[in-house]
Design a protein around this ligand. Structure first.
Ligand code: NAD
Length: 468
């Protein structure tokens, strides 16, 4: 019997099949979970549809209270969540603790938002209000880099609005979703929260089903395109948070030490498997040598190992396929540039590579042009600001970007020339539930977080009263 079961229509159920979950630090299965067949996904959709009207009819304070109870459940078991998260995802314990804490914070943030109507016009002739109504059944399809946080920050706004939710996690990291399902089973009415597991084979059942009103998807741009295509037949509402290849631009007057410390912190966080990690750094030629040296020194402060081992700052890549890709990028680094820190995979059954810094490399190398999603930072020299902005923007992606300078006024002006949904100045990757987050170009469609993110889970409905 699998250790973790799915949640369908209020019941924790075994799957038609089972799935082994690999610990990426050992390359071996550490647990087994239930895995659905198509019939079970259809059951979850039917249950979510049945449950939705009564859930939406509850006073909002009751929905708020349930979200807070789920946040309490995470808080009360934070240590188990964090340690299990390390086993399934690989990240160092400290980062797993941060993800667990963030899951609680996002839940409480959304639980406390207002859905009161907004006044558009109120005069002698008309009173016009904007109301926010639920859409119906929402499907959340999530990736393997933040297995708890991403599913939770989709669930919370969906449920507050009165939608019901079906969560399908990534097949290599289903445990967080199933642990949350166990807690949700005792909190929400049957059908309001459902969790199903697949092996990359059932996402499309959700994204094309006519009874799913909205798909909120985080994952690769390639799969995002498929979700959009599948949703077209019923014109589904979509939020797509997709890939990124974030560039940082270091101006000649930047603080070299501080920039190196923060740039490496962003690039190596979660082994580089963060959509908004710094993935390429452009440095002005006047400080290029100095900056490369500082980056290599910083990289040496990032021991790689099992995330449960004290002192580890870089864990394994999350899965075998991503590990294979990272090794291809190491080969590209050797061929196209000069490695000044790291550069090798570790001899281990786990999926480890050394945190790596590469200099003397340019656009045109795979390592610079593609989303490498590994702890490998290419550092590119530039002379001309217009040319470097073109190079940074020369990407199908546009998730985040950063400018590093002591002249923050000029940096703020330059920010408008970076074609991405977020531009950080003198840091990279900071985000929060109150800060709207959106991808430009093929990094996404729609917005998450903040009021904009919340209302993406709503049908906007104008109520227009004539006073005459
Ligand atoms: P992926 O696209 O391979 O998978 C994401 C999810 O989609 C998984 O649950 C998968 O099972 C499911 N899926 C696969 N085929 C499907 C289909 N045809 N229809 C519907 N669902 C399907 O992504 P991944 O490899 O798990 O995650 C890494 C990617 O996610 C990177 O590109 C990263 O940048 C991106 N990401 C983006 C953000 C963001 O907010 N923009 C955040 C985290 C990760």
């Amino acid at each position: 019997m699998p250790k973790y079961r799915m949640l369908i229509d209020g019941k924790l159920v075994d799957g038609a099949q089972t799935l082994d979950v690999i610990n990426p630090a050992t390359g071996e299965a550490f647990t087994q979970v239930a895995r659905a067949d198509e019939a079970q996904v259809l059951e979850a959709i039917a249950a979510a549809k049945r449950a939705q009207p009564a859930w939406a009819a509850l006073p909002i304070d009751e929905r708020r209270a349930s979200l807070h109870r789920l946040a309490d459940a995470i808080r009360d078991d934070a240590d188990t969540f964090a340690r299990t998260l390390v086993q399934e995802q690989g990240k160092p314990l400290e980062q797993a603790q941060a993800e667990t804490a963030f899951a609680e914070i996002f839940l409480r943030y959304y639980a406390d938002q207002s859905l009161d109507p907004e006044l558009i016009q109120d005069d002698a002739d008309y009173r016009v209000e904007m109301h926010y109504r639920p859409l119906g059944v929402v499907a959340g399809i999530t990736p393997w880099n933040f297995p708890l946080l991403i599913g939770v920050f989709k669930l919370a706004p969906a449920l507050l609005l009165g939608n019901t939710y079906i969560w399908k996690p990534a097949p290599t990291t289903p445990v967080m979703a199933l642990m949350l399902a166990e807690r949700a089973a005792g909190i929400f009415p049957p059908g309001v929260v459902n969790v199903v597991v697949d092996q990359n084979d059932l996402g499309a059942v959700l994204s094309k089903h006519p009874d799913v009103a909205k798909v909120t998807f985080t994952g690769s741009t390639a799969t995002g395109r498929k979700v959009m295509e599948a949703g077209a037949s019923t014109l589904k509402r979509l939020t797509l948070e997709l890939g990124g290849n974030d560039a940082g631009i270091v101006l000649p007057d930047a603080d070299v030490r501080k920039t190196a410390e923060r740039a490496i912190g962003s690039a190596f966080s979660n082994s580089g498997q963060v959509c908004i990690a710094l993935k390429r750094l452009y440095v002005h030629s006047s400080i290029y040598d100095e900056m490369c040296e500082a980056l290599a020194e910083e990289a040496a402060k990032y021991p790689v190992g099992d995330g449960l081992q004290q002192g580890t700052r870089v864990g394994p890549l999350q899965n075998a396929a991503q590990f294979a890709k990272a090794k291809e990028y190491l080969a590209a680094a050797k061929q196209d540039g000069k490695i000044i820190a790291g550069g090798e995979a570790l001899p281990s059954d786990g999926y480890f590579i050394q945190p790596t810094v590469v200099r003397d490399i340019t656009n045109g190398s795979r390592l610079v042009d593609e989303e490498q999603f590994s702890p490998i930072l290419p550092v590119i020299s530039y002379d001309d600001i217009d040319q470097v902005i073109d190079a940074a923007n020369d990407s199908e992606y546009g998730l985040g970007g950063s400018i590093w300078s002591n002249d923050t006024d000029s940096a703020m002006k330059l920010a408008d020339r970076i074609a991405s949904g977020t531009v950080w100045i003198n840091h990279h990757t900071h985000f929060g539930p109150h800060i709207p987050f959106a991808g430009a170009k093929q990094s996404g469609v729609g917005v998450e977080f903040g009021r904009e993110g919340l209302t993406e889970f709503a049908q906007r409905s104008v109520v227009n009263l004539s006073k005459q």
